[in-house]
Design a protein around this ligand. Structure first.
Ligand code: PLP
Length: 474
């Protein structure tokens, strides 16, 4: 007599039988033949093992195809959208700026169609890729000329390499910054082929320090915005205007690296002031560099604006070709910059600014509105209340200026590990929800949840397996 598990094993469908089901045909359409076959083999291996362990009826071909589907779809795409409820508006690890609708539309159109990327439509001849942005950047900054590269790190690298290769660049010891992601000014200078000449001290640098350092070998004077830190107390530095005059007298260009920079005075929206690009140009720096995806609220990019002769020299550097920007981003940058022509409506149209200017009362009302549903979803193991919190701009911009905001403040009624499990489960959702754990609570800062996305947020939360949270409880 045959043992029942052996009979079941014999009844397991062949790979080809599973592949022939309508379900598997759909899977092949979606995921491709090879991955689908692999997943079916894996589903069969699992079934075989289960039948050896305990006698049962063999699964059908359709059941195996469905199991293959869950194996294939267990790993959602890594770059899928998520809810940034960390309270950091420009979170570098979460992709910094969320783009304006106009920028999204422009990038999509550039993906779908041929565009006049390096083509002069008037003359029907070859054009320049930066032409589309040059006049906008000049209009918004007051500079003579402009060029665009991959990011601001590339902009600084390119300027250093163009004007001080094998020569010296002078910089204050108080401005030798490190930005997250290993952008360290001394290392960038070395890689640009530039000898760094440090002047002054950490807290005090004077005009004479710069003057004494300038000589025949100087290629560039650098001023770097200390974006992500402040030196306070007994301090002195040389303002851009004075430094520009010192550099000009020596016949050397001054590069002012603004980091975030801003194309509008943020104080008109009730935010702390950052130096604007227009001011930096007016102060006399021959070159000004800034980022596309920090306060500007566009895609990753780096801009150099300044004197025409110098920008043309930069464009002739072969490195420019290696650091250039593709058509998708050029389209998105152009659409983003155009929004700056109408500063009155900028806060409605540019998500970065919209999030930054949201008032505490509005955010708190939103948190109150969502609190009952969230509390209901999380169940009795968690206490959910509305609490005050502080948001940050992020990306090193305005590091000391926090913004008063409101959060859903979640505490575990049981052990603290319950809260960590909840945070992990929220990160594992098909559309992850990312908060911030502090002082024994999980903060979901509502600043960056657009009102239009509230329903999506609640739908994402509905996918949370609260049994799962309880099941693993100690
Ligand atoms: C952020 C920053 C950079 C680097 O800009 P990315 O666009 O991130 O490459 C360079 N300099 C300063 C002062 C910065 O703040």
């Amino acid at each position: 007599m045959t043992k029942p598990e052996v009979t079941s094993l014999r009844r397991l469908p062949a790979v080809a039988t599973v592949l022939a089901t309508a379900e598997a045909a759909w899977l092949q359409e979606r995921h491709g033949r090879v991955p689908t076959t692999e997943a079916i083999r894996q589903a069969l291996d699992e079934a075989r093992e289960a039948l050896r362990a305990a006698p049962a009826a063999a699964p059908s071909a359709i059941e195996l195809a469905l199991r293959a589907q869950s194996l294939l779809e267990a790993h959602p795409p890594g770059l899928r959208p998520l809810f940034n409820l960390t309270g950091v508006v420009l979170h570098t690890n979460l992709g910094r700026a969320v783009l304006a609708e106009a920028a999204v539309d422009a990038a999509v159109a550039a993906m779908r169609h041929a565009v006049a990327l390096e083509y002069d439509l008037d003359g029907g001849a070859r054009g320049e890729r930066d032409d589309h942005l040059r006049s906008l950047l000049c209009e918004l900054s007051g500079a003579e000329d402009a060029t665009v590269v991959n990011n601001n790190a590339a902009a600084v690298l390119l300027c250093l390499n163009t004007f001080a290769l094998g020569r010296e660049a002078v910089v204050s010891r108080g401005e030798l910054i490190e930005i997250g992601g290993a952008f360290r000014m001394p290392d960038i200078m070395a890689r640009a082929g530039v000898r760094m000449v440090e002047v002054g001290t950490t807290n005090r640098t004077h005009a004479t320090d710069y003057r004494d350092a300038l000589n025949q070998s100087t290629g560039l004077v650098l001023k770097v915005h200390t974006s992500n830190y402040r030196i306070q107390g007994f301090t002195a530095d040389v303002g851009a205007r004075e430094l520009a005059a010192i550099a000009d007298a020596a016949g050397v260009p001054l590069l002012n690296d603004l980091g975030s920079g801003s194309l509008v005075d943020l104080s008109r929206y009730g935010l702390a002031r950052e130096p604007t690009v227009r001011e930096a140009v007016a102060e006399g720096a021959r070159l000004v560099t800034f980022s596309g995806d920090k306060l500007l609220g566009g895609p990753q990019a780096g801009f150099v604006v300044g004197d025409r002769a110098l920008i043309q020299q930069i464009n002739r550097n072969p490195l420019k070709r290696a650091l250039r920007v593709d058509k998708l981003r050029l389209a998105a940058i152009e659409a983003t910059l155009k929004l700056y022509r109408d500063p009155d409506r900028l806060a409605e149209r540019l998500p970065t600014l919209r999030f930054l200017v949201r008032g505490r009362a509005e955010i708190e009302a939103q948190a109150q509105r969502l609190q009952p549903t969230v509390a209901g979803r999380l169940g009795a193991s968690f206490a959910v209340e509305v609490g005050e919190c502080l948001s940050q701009v992020g990306s090193g911009a305005l590091p000391l200026d926090t913004l008063v905001s409101a959060a859903l403040l979640i505490r575990a009624r049981g052990s603290q590990s319950g809260l960590e499990r909840l945070a992990a489960a929220l990160r594992r959702l098909p559309r992850p929800i990312i908060g911030r754990v502090a002082d024994g609570a999980l903060y979901l800062d509502m600043r960056c949840l657009a009102e239009a996305d509230e329903a999506l947020f609640l739908a994402a939360l509905a996918g949370l397996d609260t049994n799962d949270l309880a099941a693993h409880a100690p």
